[in-house]
Design a binder for this molecule. Structure first.
Ligand code: UDP
Length: 388
């Protein structure tokens, strides 16, 4: 499908290609796309790159945005093979559309493939959510490594926090290329909360939500989490758990096999973002290994037990909204009990002093990107000089 935002298939000066591979990328790019469209000065095309096609289109649909969809990629045995295929497709697309610049978000292999494709074609790369760094570059893997590799190719870096900017400076990135914008995940949340969505299904009580999908938990982590949940449910038979399963069908099946018969657990398909947020806001507790959820917790006044050894988002731990505990930790079940028994933490306001910013990052980034790309497009100074 041709994007209505793509004003010409001929190379257009300043044409920006925005690539989203997965649900969280779409969630965090949507506020920027909206702000760029409201500004209206840059021709742009949004590309759903075919990593999580359905999830990406659901997000853009909610925002009333259109994307050009590449076909869903088949499931490859290894992310490197998927990245290679994705890069070839994107390179061909960037050429065909005459992209002048490319924007990617975060740390997925689709974002990395787009970054490499842009570098191979010598197109300037704009990186959103730049500079988050885990204390251990092998955890989360490959995401932390991919984010670092994207940084090396980026022309403009939009850092969500001051510490992300510090990390980029420490790696030798020129300060003039970095802007601290806040996180656009907060913009998306602010937008959803302003629309005051209520959960749409029957009025069923939920005490705990669960999401789990990170590669670090694919081996034993997922099974250990299921076992701990089962144990706590036996101790607390009144507990009600809602687990929206990930679109990775193999992971989803493993959860169904272990908890499908447990009466306290309701397993469901991934929820639309507004429904997920409405549920989390209402229940206030989550067991998750998600990156994006860590940023959402403070603004929902919700508590999370994050199933990881370390995180590239320590701010949500520091604010008291998240606690880290790997599934293999002998104290994991006890940490889960403590999550269920703790009071809800305070809700953070949408202000710049809050851990992930004020929810106006999209506008900030759009303004800066338009200025930077229009400046590139401007003819060199001597061309403008009048003859003597
Ligand atoms: N999310 C959603 N529906 C769900 C589960 C999560 O909309 O059923 C949202 C969640 O609010 C957050 C994002 O998806 O904004 C997190 O995505 P994910 O956990 O897949 O990836 P990560 O953030 O770890 O990269």
């Amino acid at each position: 499908m041709r994007s209505p935002y793509c004003r010409a298939l001929e190379p257009t000066p300043g044409h920006l290609l925005i690539v989203a591979g997965t649900r969280p990328e779409a969630i965090k790019l949507a506020p920027i796309v909206s702000a760029l469209l409201a500004d209206g000065r840059l021709p742009l095309t949004v590309v759903a790159a075919g990593q999580q096609s359905l999830e990406v289109s659901r997000v853009f649909d909610q925002w009333g945005l259109y994307a050009m969809h590449l076909p869903q990629l088949p499931s490859y045995g290894h992310w490197r093979a998927a990245e290679r295929e994705q890069r070839h497709r994107l390179r061909a697309l960037f050429r065909a559309l005459g992209a002048d610049a490319v924007m990617v978000q975060g740390d997925t292999w689709s974002a990395y493939a787009a970054a490499r494709a842009a570098a191979e074609l010598e197109r300037p790369l704009i990186h959103v959510e730049a500079g988050l760094r885990s204390p251990d570059p092998r955890d989360p893997y490959p995401e932390d490594a991919l984010r670092r590799l994207i940084s090396r190719r980026a022309w403009r870096h939009y850092a969500p926090t001051g510490s992300a900017r510090e990390a980029l400076l420490a790696e030798g990135v020129d300060d003039a290329q970095i802007e601290v914008s806040g996180s656009t995940a907060v913009d998306a949340l602010r937008w959803l909360l302003a629309r005051a969505q209520q959960p749409t299904w029957e009025d069923e009580r939920v005490d705990l939500m669960v999401t789990l999908h990170r590669r670090e938990n694919w081996d034993s982590g997922l099974d250990l989490v299921c076992r701990a949940l089962d144990q706590v449910l036996q101790e607390r038979p009144a507990l009600r758990v809602l687990w929206p399963l990930h679109s990775n069908t193999r992971l989803a099946q493993r959860v169904r096999d272990q908890l499908g018969q447990q009466p306290g657990v309701r397993l469901c398909e991934p929820l639309p973002h507004d429904q997920f947020i409405a549920r989390l806001r209402a229940c206030g507790r989550i067991l998750s290994d998600s990156g994006g959820v860590q940023e959402e917790l403070p603004y929902l006044g919700a508590a999370g037990l994050i199933v990881r050894r370390c995180s590239e988002r320590p701010q949500s731990v520091a604010s008291g909204h998240a606690r880290l505990c790997a599934a293999s930790d002998p104290g994991f079940a006890e940490a889960l009990r403590q999550l269920l028994d703790r009071d809800r933490p305070a809700r953070m306001p949408f202000e710049q002093t809050s851990p992930w910013g004020d929810g106006l990052a999209g506008t900030r980034i759009a303004r800066s990107v338009v200025a930077a790309l229009l400046a590139r497009r401007a003819p060199p100074a001597q061309a403008l000089a009048l003859p003597a």
